[in-house]
Design a protein around this ligand. Structure first.
Ligand code: IPM
Ligand code: MN
Length: 379
């Protein structure tokens, strides 16, 4: 039965933009929406969804060149429309018939930049009974969060190529690091660390200050100055290469990590594997004051498309994050509760699954969604 909290706003109706995307994206999104419906039912959360058909298939159908970006993957008008929503839920982008880079830049990176989603939040949590490739490590050892700066570094597209295709070819890819960008990421990490239940209360800056002395210096100075405002939180630093080692050897060491864009990209793939793989890993592209987008970490998995075998847990976890983060930033405890319920339901479901790998779960995609939705209803 719905148990209404006194401070919930009963008539607030959230609008969620859904982008199922390519490949298995629509299949996993369907399960995420199924679980959302269950969470809304038990919490009384009001919402509506609208679907947007951005995808590689649409790009090609509209006459986009498969080799180079000749038309917009998402139009300016569509971005303006997206901006009217409370949150975005994304399935997957990636089409084997479209050259790498076109959809990534035209959709994912474009939305991150235009919506100023300056945090890429990646909870790294090993759920019960999910096989971990690290010997002797269990759920109590793998439970940390990576805060990846999401709008700067080498992702800005600054630089260029000259004399292309000749022996003199030269290219630059500029690492654009600003005090402003580093500061908002670092601040988010410290605030998050305070909010987390973990007893470690530690933020680790990950960079490569021994070689990237300019950009690393900006990050380090920012980290030390902003960190000074958080005397209750331990300040720690790892070089990114060493961090990769520690992820494998001592993941229990970490609480909250803050890092730049490309380092965050790389270490969060390693982190995804130690939490049980792409079947379970979810992330959020956050603009804490604005519009955020949540997605499973896995790609469009073309070979599994339409087979009802892909693991929807990551997409369901992304929905949990959507609810928790949106609820937190909009100050709606009922939405946070809906997100917490989704997380608890995942924890109740993974032990029933044979594996987290596609086709080996012991259940189909939609059956896993049914199990999580039933667990949400049970509480
Ligand atoms: C990610 C992805 C993207 C990135 C790609 C698809 C552009 O790997 O979200 O981590 O590099 O950020
Ligand atoms: Mn990545």
């Amino acid at each position: 039965m719905a148990r209404k909290k006194p401070d919930a706003k009963p008539d607030r109706r959230y609008r969620i933009a859904v982008i199922p995307g390519d490949g298995t994206g629509p299949e996993v999104v369907r399960e995420g929406l199924k679980v959302l419906a269950a969470a809304a039912e038990v919490t009384g959360l009001q919402y509506e969804t609208d679907e947007f058909d951005f995808s590689g298939a649409r790009y090609l159908a509209r006459g986009g060149d498969p080799q180079k970006p000749t038309i917009a993957v998402v139009t300016d008008q569509e971005i303006a429309t997206l901006k009217t929503y409370d949150a975005i839920y994304l399935g997957a982008v990636g089409d084997p018939n479209v050259a790498p880079g076109i959809l990534e830049k035209g959709l994912l990176l474009r939305l991150r930049f235009e919506l100023d989603q300056y945090i890429n939040l990646r909870p790294v949590k090993l759920y019960p009974n999910v096989p971990c490739p690290l010997a002797g490590k269990g759920p109590e050892d793998v439970d940390f969060v990576v805060v990846r700066e999401n709008t700067e570094g080498i992702y800005t597209g600054m630089g260029g190529v000259q004399y292309q295709g000749t022996p003199r070819e030269v290219s630059t890819q500029i690492n654009c690091t600003t005090r402003f960008g580093a500061e908002r990421a670092v601040r988010y990490a410290f605030d998050l660390c305070r909010r987390r239940a973990s007893s470690k209360k530690m933020v680790t800056l990950v960079h490569k200050t021994n070689v990237l002395t300019f950009a690393g210096g900006t990050w380090m100075r920012t980290f030390e100055e902003v960190g000074g405002e958080y005397p209750d939180v331990k300040k720690d630093y790892n070089h990114v290469d060493a961090c990769c080692m520690w992820f494998v050897k001592n993941p229990e060491y970490y609480d909250v990590i803050v890092t730049d864009n490309i380092f965050g990209d790389i270490i969060t793939d390693l982190a995804a594997i130690i939490q049980g793989g792409l079947g379970v890993a979810a992330g959020g592209n956050l603009n804490p004051g604005g519009l955020s987008m949540f997605e499973p970490m896995g790609g469009s998995a073309p070979k599994y498309t339409g087979k009802n075998v892909i693991n929807p847990v990551a997409a369901v976890a992304a929905m949990g994050m959507l609810l928790r983060e949106t609820g937190t930033h909009k100050g709606d405890p009922r939405m946070v509760e809906a997100g917490d319920r989704v997380e608890r339901a995942i924890i109740a479901t993974t032990p029933r699954m044979k594996s987290q790998a596609a086709g080996k779960m012991g259940f189909s995609t939609s059956e896993v969604g049914d199990l999580v939705a039933a667990a949400v209803r049970k509480g």
